[in-house]
Design a protein. Structure first.
Length: 83
């Protein structure tokens, strides 16, 4: 199964990305995911279920440890894995 994850971390800072946002993006960008899109108001990535769920676990733990006070997260099934 393929999943798409969309997330944002708070609090926002439009002048400079807070540590929790940087950490969350690093987790997603270094995971074995594809179709990664990071931006100031939201981030998305797609991949196999195991890879997405592993990345989400790490994202939640590391972003909270880096000062996030809220993480909005949505995970959708987008299809079957081609493997």
């Amino acid at each position: 199964m393929r999943l798409r994850v969309e997330f944002t971390t708070e609090p926002f800072d439009l002048d400079e990305a807070p540590a929790h946002a940087v950490v969350a993006r690093e987790v997603i960008q270094s995971a074995e995911l594809d179709a990664v899109d990071v931006g100031p108001f939201g981030n998305t990535a797609e991949g196999g279920a195991d890879a997405v769920l592993t990345a989400v676990d790490s994202l939640l733990r590391r972003a909270l440890a880096s000062g996030a006070t809220r993480i909005s997260l949505q995970v959708n099934v987008v299809g079957e894995d081609s493997k």
